[in-house]
Design a protein around this ligand. Structure first.
Ligand code: ARG
Length: 468
């Protein structure tokens, strides 16, 4: 038996039963989300497919209707993928656009799909699956970036370069060690995304509008079909929660901050004043007026992307704060900024990966720079402690005097004569010159996690094993 309701007005056919008139054009404009939530079409269709199959398995709808729904959904998916789907603003969002098209295609059974479901659990599901996909994409992007950093570190495990604090030369370090510092940062980012994924992987589907449903649904079944670990345990929370998106944005912001720091170093390093690295033509641009220029635009853009990513995080926190349970339409404002942040992050990760893979370190330049700025002064002070038994504070003072002397003579520490040294402290002997060279300096820093090439190689091997 078919009971077809009469349509008595131009009100919305999905929810307009009690409405005498359709919405004002401005109401439609502020209400519609189809302009952006069509990006969740694949998730919406997968969710509906799982829901329909569950409704049939529990006897809530017939197998025949579920089959018609499943086939219709597949047709819609290919229409959308082929660009043959006409999205309608009057139908508000992706959920109603898909359902309306399903009705065109299969007729009455389409109306049974929304049994024991609401757009509130539907949108929570779709968005969660979309964010889950991006969380995986971020982990993969980070894995690729770590891979190219490891290759750089391996090639230059024993190349020397200046290490900086306050952007002033501090002590020599190895190129490999510097690259591996970023491996640690991006490794933590990866673990943050993996960790967030575990927490987000609960299915809101079946929470319905907010209170659950009186139909005998099987939420475990849909959760499993859609790759979730379990159904979310509280229906109010399930439709009201956007923590998964916030965690994604928080992890993205920290990652973007790391990308920004590295990008800044590449901008500095590729300048004519530093010449530590050459960026490839593929990741640089020219100037329309200055023919000699090769600009690190990709690095600069990566440095800047944190602006919109962190903006999205602050934006969504601001939307969510103070919202009472359960669903409020405010939450429709959750998507655009997450979409933009995800796009920005994936692009920044890909650009950084390409740039690092192509980048060539200027080994000779790094070596010269490593020895400037009295970078082995700490080695000298340590030698005075070790060899002459001086208290470190005294050794620091003697070394400072020697640095002052070198500065006055316009030379570096290894160029001071033994007589110069002995004029400051007569017990100094020629063995001191062994520690003033930058290679000896880095090779001596063998403490766990130190810059010695052997330590760097241990960390490279560990990371290779971690990544498999
Ligand atoms: N487009 C809506 C959103 O993005 C879907 C949920 C609408 N639910 C409702 N009760 N009006 O949040």
């Amino acid at each position: 038996m078919t009971m077809k309701p009469k349509n008595t007005s131009n009100a919305n056919t999905m929810w307009g039963g009690r409405f005498a008139a359709g919405p004002d054009a401005i109401m439609e404009a502020i209400n519609a989300s189809i302009g952006f939530d069509q990006r969740m079409a694949a998730q919406d269709i997968a969710g509906s497919g799982a829901h329909a199959a569950m409704l049939a398995a529990t006897g809530i709808i017939t197998d025949k209707d579920a089959e018609a729904i499943g086939e219709g959904l597949l047709t819609i998916l290919s229409e959308i993928e082929d660009g043959n789907f006409e999205f309608s603003t009057a139908l508000e969002d992706i959920h109603m656009n898909v359902e309306a098209r399903l009705k065109d295609l299969i007729g009455e059974p389409a109306g049974r799909l929304h049994t024991a479901r609401s757009r509130n659990d539907q949108v929570a599901l779709d968005f969660r699956m979309w964010v889950r996909g991006q969380t995986d994409a971020a982990s993969e992007g980070l894995r690729a970036l770590i891979g190219v950093l490891l290759a750089q570190a391996e090639a230059g495990a024993d190349w020397v370069m200046p290490g900086f604090t306050h952007l002033q030369v501090a002590q020599p370090v190895t190129w490999g060690h510097h690259m591996m510092a970023y491996v640690e940062m991006f490794g933590r980012d990866m673990s943050r995304f993996e960790d967030a994924r575990k927490r987000m992987n609960q299915s809101p589907l079946g929470a319905a509008a907010l209170a659950g449903t009186s139909f005998p649904i099987d939420r475990h079944m849909t959760a499993q079909t859609l790759g979730f670990d379990a159904p979310a345990a509280n229906s109010l929370d399930a439709v009201a929660d956007r923590d998964f998106a916030l965690e994604f944005l928080a992890a993205s912001t920290i990652c973007a901050m790391h990308l920004s720091r590295f990008a800044e170093e590449l901008v500095i390093w590729s300048s004519a004043q530093f010449r530590f690295v050459a960026l490839s033509d593929r990741f640089s641009t020219g100037s329309s007026i200055m023919p000699q220029k090769k600009n690190p635009d990709a690095a600069e853009l990566i440095r800047a992307k944190i602006g919109r990513i962190m903006g999205a995080m602050v934006g969504l926190f601001t939307v969510m704060k103070g919202l009472p349970l359960a669903y409020s339409k405010d939450m429709q404002e959750d998507k655009e900024q997450v979409f933009d942040a995800a796009d920005s992050l994936m692009l920044a990760l890909a650009a950084m990966t390409g740039m690092v893979a192509d980048m060539s370190a200027n080994r000779a330049e790094l070596e010269v720079a490593a020895a400037t700025g009295f970078s082995t002064a700490t080695d000298l002070a340590d030698w005075l402690v070790r060899e002459l038994g001086m208290p470190f504070r005294d050794a620091h003072h003697v070394t400072g005097t020697l640095v002052g002397m070198a500065e006055a003579k316009g030379c570096d520490l290894p160029e001071l004569t033994l007589a110069d040294m002995q004029s400051v402290h007569d017990a100094i002997h020629k063995g001191v010159f062994d520690v003033l060279g930058v290679h000896n300096s880095v090779a001596s820093r063998t403490s766990y996690g130190g810059t010695a090439p052997d330590q760097v190689r241990i960390q490279i091997a560990r990371w290779k094993e971690v990544l498999g």
